[in-house]
Design a protein. Structure first.
Length: 672
């Protein structure tokens, strides 16, 4: 639900050349139209969201599951969460919280972003380790090298203000660079109050405060380049109304190095990164506290992880052959306490470790009028968890928790999955303006640590936000997706049309099913009034289509849009899959004359009545919105951007938004 929101942004760019010559470079940031295989978005002049994940709505097939103002979970063709591979600056992202409050894309504030890219359709095996649902990469804007040896200092200042939450986003980007070296410093602050929805109502616990810092050094030679960076995320006092707790703090450190080098006919690349997350949350500091003192909860979670990759590429005939190896190693801890009861302690996750080692090979080669891509990947996933304990519980709850604790601690928790991914793509020209794209793939994903090691019924589910208690399953198998993709790219004259149709059959899809464990169900009933759901394997099917289209109406006017549809079914129980985006379309009319840019955008979502019965998902009604955006650069150094979201003050409910968990506000609990 939202009211009309006005956003205004100022961008100031200044450059000083540290030599006898003065040189001013104009920088224009707008959406980039790239090849159909990969779609890239930059922070364009239209009203930008607070959460980078919101930009996904501009990409055909993509959307976002929103659990809070900066807690958006990326969705692509109906798959989300751990099923999507998300990289930050080309390295795997680490999420520290068991409920994904620090979603991967929250580490890249829009005001500091350079671009957000997504592999359309089936991702190449070289893109990442577990890419069953697709692959995304978000990059910070660390400036550019210069074309000469003169050093120049470029400073960019940006400020945005929005009326919906009386909020603001402020950023500074400074880069000192010449042809060979560059040093960049970035900083941003986002903060705001609860969002208003019209009629004097607000959405409780949608306040936010996030700071992001980054310092980097880059070097480039004739056939070599190197990037070193250190970053920090500091999130404080931020609400997540769709989750059982709010964010007290997220303190994360990110360090990385990447480089490329030419050695004979081989191009070598390597990456190494490290992340550490310290995350606190509770259910009483920022929302109406529980009525019973025994229900006060604090959760302190920590995580750290390494990732690395080595790859080589060399020309073969008229194409390229690439091969490499990569690895990730992450450890998670989560402890739940009650400051009203010093004896209460639950090891939600204790030293849970997940390691992946991967090998891949990929070949791209033309044959006649066709372009082919084949790829093969092997992933070995090792998982383990330390013993758990629950103390300070009372009566039957204590006895039942002890039963689950003993069962978990006596089980074999050291588990290994060995998975194979394979991709085949083919493309050819059917005419001067028509291109055909065919793809088939087998993709796999091992269970997440929550799906395996959630030993006590809780809602630590990676952001599912359905209000149900879940319990893990040590016997889970890896998911395996068999996917077909068919696409056309048609560009006659000033128009373009790029439809893609896809079909997925996912064996051993992991979701919650009704638990038959009487002990787990008794605890779940005592905590939430409903029996538990247990993560289990089922067979699922997903199919749909997404279309990117546009037309240059005249010299100054153009149309641009995308349409997306996906259908998800649980074939084991003849149910629907949870939290699937409904049919939607975005169409924008752009006006561009000299320096002035204006746009009016129509956003239409159909109703979603195909909902998941297994977790009592509610149906949602369709709606339509109108947004306005514009930009005017006063000079090469200063530009003004402004936009209005929801121009006609439409009250609506986004099907992918979670259900309100905050009592005592204007939005009833349990309502989107």
């Amino acid at each position: 639900m939202r009211t009309a929101s006005l956003s205004v942004a100022f961008l100031l760019i200044s450059q000083t050349t540290l030599s006898d010559h003065t040189e001013i470079e104009e920088i224009v940031v707008r959406e980039k139209h790239s090849a159909p295989e990969k779609i890239e978005l930059s922070n364009n002049f239209e009203s930008a969201p607070l959460d980078v994940a919101g930009l996904l709505k501009k990409i055909p097939g993509a959307n976002v599951n929103s659990n809070g103002p900066i807690t958006g979970i990326a969705q692509y063709r109906g798959l989300y969460g751990n099923r999507l591979s998300i990289h930050l600056d080309h390295s795997p992202a680490l999420t520290g919280g068991p409920n994904s409050m620090d979603t991967p894309l929250s580490y890249t504030p829009p005001i500091l972003m350079k671009k957000l890219s997504i592999e359309r359709g089936i991702a190449p095996v070289s893109a990442g380790q577990e890419t069953l649902g697709g692959h995304l990469d978000a990059e910070l804007d660390r400036g550019n090298f210069r074309v000469n040896d003169d050093a120049a200092l470029q400073i960019g200042l940006s400020s945005r203000f929005n009326s919906n939450s009386d909020g603001g986003s402020h950023g500074v980007k400074a880069t000192l660079a010449n042809r060979d070296h560059k040093v960049s410093a970035l900083a941003s602050l986002d903060e705001g109050n609860d969002s208003r929805i019209g009629g004097g109502d607000t959405i409780e616990n949608t306040f936010y405060r996030r700071s992001r810092y980054d310092l980097s050094y880059g070097w480039q030679g004739m056939d070599n380049d190197l990037l070193l960076y250190f970053g920090k995320l500091d999130t404080r006092d931020t609400g997540t109304p769709a989750l059982p707790m709010d964010i007290r703090f997220i303190d994360s450190d990110l360090v990385g190095v990447s480089g490329n080098s030419k050695l004979g006919d081989f191009t070598l690349s390597g990456k190494l990164s490290y992340s550490h997350v310290d995350h606190g949350m509770d259910n009483f500091s920022y929302r109406v506290p529980p009525m019973a003192m025994m229900d006060y909860r604090s959760n302190h979670a920590t995580a750290h992880g390494f990732s690395w990759s080595l790859a080589a590429s060399t020309p073969v005939n008229k194409g390229f052959f690439s091969f490499g190896l990569d690895g990730t190693d992450s450890t998670h801890n989560s402890e739940i306490s009650n400051h009203n009861n010093a004896l209460f302690l639950v090891h939600n996750f204790n030293d849970v470790e997940r390691k992946i080692f991967g090998l891949f090979a990929e070949w791209k080669n033309p044959l006649g009028n066709w372009q082919f891509e084949t790829g093969l990947r092997y992933n070995r996933v090792e998982a383990d968890a330390g013993p758990v304990v629950a103390s300070g519980l009372m009566g039957m709850m204590a006895a039942s928790a002890a039963t689950l604790e003993n069962r978990f601690n006596s089980a074999d928790r050291s588990l290994t999955d060995e998975n194979i991914d394979a991709v085949f793509k083919a493309a050819t020209d059917l005419g001067e303006d028509l291109n055909l794209v065919l793809a088939a793939g087998i993709k796999s994903r091992a269970p997440s640590y929550q799906e395996r090691y959630l030993w006590l019924p809780m809602q630590s589910t990676g952001g599912l936000a359905d209000g149900r208690n879940y319990i893990g399953n040590l016997g889970l198998d890896s998911e395996t997706s068999h996917e077909l993709n068919f696409g056309l790219n048609w560009s006659p004259g000033g128009a373009w049309l790029s439809p893609q149709v896809f079909y997925r059959r996912i064996d051993d899809y992991i979701l919650g099913v009704a638990s038959t464990d009487m002990t787990a169900n008794m605890i779940s009933n005592m905590m939430g009034g409903k029996p538990a759901l247990m993560f289990d394997n089922v067979d699922a099917e997903m199919y749909g289509m997404d279309i990117s289209y546009g037309y240059q109406l005249s010299e100054h006017f153009s149309l641009e849009g995308n349409l997306s549809y996906v259908r998800g079914e649980n074939k084991t129980s003849n149910d629907n899959l949870y939290r699937i985006a409904p049919l939607n379309n975005r169409l924008a009319l752009h006006y561009n004359r000299e320096q002035l840019q204006l746009s009016v955008e129509s956003v239409v979502y159909a109703r979603q009545h195909r909902v998941a019965e297994y977790n009592e998902e509610e149906k949602s009604a369709g709606y339509g919105l109108v947004n306005l955006g514009g930009e005017y650069p006063f000079s090469g150094h200063l530009s003004l951007r402004a936009g209005v979201e929801n121009l006609f003050n439409k009250r609506y409910q986004d099907h992918l938004a979670g259900y309100n968990r905050v009592r005592g506000g204007d939005i009833p609990t349990g309502e989107r």
